[in-house]
Design a protein around this ligand. Structure first.
Ligand code: AMP
Length: 408
């Protein structure tokens, strides 16, 4: 299937070609025809599947059917980063069309956002809290919305946005096309979808385990106290070119950054306590290669769209196994190769077990210098012991410059 076969109008075909896309991803191929036909849609897909273009392209096309300047498309996203990225997608795919969009999120002054709205926009991409504030101040009205997208619904609910979302949905016109995306489908998520959508088409792509199978995965059993040293050792290997490190807490993210910085590894952190300016700067530094390592918490990293992340490192394992899938999905994007390493201490063994159950894979155990029998035995793994050199000491993997081999 090619983009031509999707019956997209020329300005969109040209924009897609400029992005270098030749073939629609499965979710694009499945969703675009129904969306062009005006149907509601429920998409079960995670970031990295091309879902943003799957909704942005048909919405832009449908918007060209008439040209009044009014807020006709509203997209809700859980985080500022994701909202900004969706805004960038509207800009890239709509570059040969005349629509204006703006992104609205909290944590920054509302002045510039109010100004952008007052000048007239066709598309708003927003996080729920700030949008609701502006609606309550009478600075934005949803009466002309024809196309509504709720992105990453599961994460929205995790983040406690349900009441804001319901209030926003209550102010939308009855006659509209609604799209709903979620990586997972809990009963609450499906109840929300049911309230929002009318006779939706259901599109499901890449069940979590299939995406995960493309990513090389390894686990290091290591005591908590040795994790920083192990991370530093790994980062000295040349093939770890762009590394996203996940911690569970903001505090730990900051500690990892100061440890690495004190060892001359350029690192930034992004998490909820950072100002918007600092987050944007950190992402830019990482994208441009100024920093090789970005340390993030789950929520801040949600939906980060950076190509060529060579490695994801779970400095701490997430307590929700689904988060593991989201985290490692930051690498191996759009068909690229990717590797995910996880550090597992004795107290994280249950998390590892849950993850392996979810992904239906046994993650390969990696040998290393800070090998911990305690951590490893705790999971009852059959991992081989670390290789020993002739002097009988554990051999570090550091001198090995070739990529480690993985068992699937
Ligand atoms: P998303 O799931 O929307 O976050 O998209 C994941 C990544 O895939 C983004 O970096 C997109 O630029 C890229 N992408 C989207 N559609 C295509 C396509 N048809 N061909 C190649 N890359 C794509």
């Amino acid at each position: 299937m090619s983009f031509q076969q999707l019956n997209l109008i020329e300005p969109l075909q040209n924009a897609v070609a400029q992005q270098g896309y030749t073939t629609p991803t499965p979710i694009q191929a499945k969703a675009i025809p129904d969306l062009l036909a005006g149907k509601d849609l429920i998409g079960i897909a995670q970031t990295g599947t091309g879902k943003t273009a799957a909704f942005v392209l048909p919405i832009l096309q449908r918007m060209t059917e008439k040209y009044p300047r009014a807020l006709r498309t509203l997209v809700l996203a859980p985080t500022r980063e994701l909202a900004a990225q969706i805004g960038d997608s509207f800009a890239s795919y709509g570059k040969f069309l005349k629509f204006k969009h703006t992104v609205i999120f909290g944590g920054v002054g509302q002045g510039p956002q109010v100004f952008a709205l007052s000048r007239g926009v066709d598309i708003v991409i927003a996080t729920p809290g700030r949008l609701l504030d502006l609606m309550n101040q009478g600075r934005v009205s949803l009466r002309d919305v024809e196309f509504f997208v709720l992105d990453e619904a599961d994460r929205m609910l995790d983040m406690g946005f349900i009441h804001d979302i319901k209030k926003i949905i209550g102010r939308l016109p009855q006659k509209r096309q609604s799209l709903f995306f979620s990586a997972t489908m809990s009963p609450q998520v499906s109840q929300l979808a049911h309230q929002l959508l009318r006779n939706p088409v259901r599109v499901e792509v890449a069940p979590q385990a299939t995406t995960v199978e493309r990513i090389k995965q390894g686990v290091f059993f290591v005591d908590s106290a040795a994790k920083e040293k192990l991370l530093l050792e790994l980062l000295l290997q040349k093939h770890l070119t762009r590394v996203l490190v996940f911690t569970r807490t903001k505090h730990r993210a900051n500690k990892v950054v100061s440890y690495l910085s004190s060892h001359n590894v350029r690192t930034d952190a992004i998490h909820g306590n950072k100002s918007q300016g600092a987050r944007t700067q950190a992402l830019q530094n990482f994208k441009s290669g100024r920093t090789k390592v970005l340390v993030a918490t789950d929520i801040a990293a949600r939906g980060i769209d950076i190509d060529d992340i060579s490695h994801v490192i779970n400095f701490e394992l997430p307590n929700e196994p689904e988060s593991y899938v989201h985290r490692i999905g930051r690498t191996a994007r759009a068909g690229a190769e990717g590797t995910a390493y996880s550090f597992c201490s004795a107290d994280e063994r249950d998390f590892l077990r849950d993850i392996e159950r979810l992904i239906r894979l046994k993650i390969e155990v990696m040998p290393h210098l800070y090998h911990s029998n305690q951590a490893q035995n705790a999971v009852g793994s059959v991992a081989r012991p670390p290789p020993r050199n002739q002097r009988g000491r554990s051999r570090s993997f550091r001198p090995r410059q070739d990529k480690p081999r993985f068992r699937r």
